[in-house]
Design a protein around this ligand. Structure first.
Ligand code: NAI
Length: 258
């Protein structure tokens, strides 16, 4: 049965590959991104988030069956928490009424293996308290003390915890909407290409994200999981952060976490 999905970050990388797979399976995909696609919206801003919700309502006729929040950035900069946490939460929350009107609705956000790396509790706490100003200030402070890499890991930890907190509430589980995250390891996209092309950075990436199963992945190797989690076949998986990481999480966190 053809479904209607909205995918953010649909112009590149994982979002683009997700949209392509869903379309190839006969579904309708409304693609959103910064500067191209069906909806052009900057998810780091309140105006862009409002534009996404309004245009999605127009283009979908008020009903969505699936939402996949892929848009993200990985810069050591406060922008990263604005897009990766607040933009993603605004996407999920803002489109939830359209999902509630859909058929077998499902929602998903892209987390990251980086969420298990060290984070900055000040950024994570502010994000979970829905205080964007404080999260941005904490991110700026991390950058100023030379710990800008914590902004990305914190943004992904926060959005993963947001999923676990909210998935089981009446607004999501109670409304019959599974809400999950997929946490990739290293995926070969324009986001990671500059890192992987630099031999010194590549060594660091391999140390911090060890992937004993099949190594670095192409986006097409994780999109079937995204498609399944947002399909009607998924009736009972919710509140999960599913690591699609070639074993990196199991290496890094061992057998005490599952
Ligand atoms: P990408 O850079 O290829 O694609 C990201 C897309 O998000 C781009 O099309 C970009 O224009 C869009 N975007 C960025 N800022 C935006 C904004 N303010 N408003 C609207 N759209 C915006 O990156 P990739 O690798 O496909 O990343 C997708 C998601 O996967 C991101 O959330 C990223 O953090 C996450 N991820 C990626 C991994 C990787 O190894 N590539 C690993 C773990 C997580």
């Amino acid at each position: 049965m053809p479904r209607t999905y909205l995918v953010t970050g649909a112009a590149s990388g994982i979002g683009q590959a997700t949209a392509a797979l869903l379309r190839a399976r006969g579904h309708t995909v409304i693609g959103a991104d910064l500067a191209s696609g069906d909806i052009r919206a900057d998810l780091s801003t309140a105006e862009g988030r409002a534009e996404l919700a309004a245009r999605a309502r127009e283009l979908s006729g008020g009903r969505l069956d699936g939402v996949v929040a892929c848009a993200g950035v990985a810069q050591p900069d406060p922008l990263t928490v604005k897009v990766n946490h607040f933009g993603a939460v605004a996407t999920l929350d803002g489109l939830r009424p359209l999902l509630a009107a859909g058929t077998d609705p499902r929602a998903l956000v892209i987390g990251s293996i980086d969420s298990v790396h060290p984070t900055d509790p000040a950024i994570v706490d502010a994000a979970l308290a829905d205080d964007e100003e404080r999260a941005v200030a904490a991110s700026r402070a991390a950058v100023d003390r030379g710990e800008g890499q914590l902004v990305y890991s914190s943004s992904k930890a926060a959005v993963s915890r947001w999923v676990r907190r909210h998935a089981v509430t009446p607004r999501w589980a109670g409304a019959g909407i599974p809400l999950n995250a997929v946490a990739p390891g290293v995926i070969l996209t324009p986001m990671t290409r500059p890192l992987l092309d630099d031999p010194d950075m590549l060594k660091l990436v391999e140390q911090s994200v060890p992937m004993p199963l099949h190594g670095h992945a192409r986006p097409e190797q994780i999109t079937p999981l995204i498609a399944w989690l947002t399909s009607p076949d998924n009736t009972h998986v919710t509140g999960q952060v599913v690591f699609a990481d070639g074993g990196a999480d199991a290496v890094l966190r061992g057998d005490g976490t599952w």
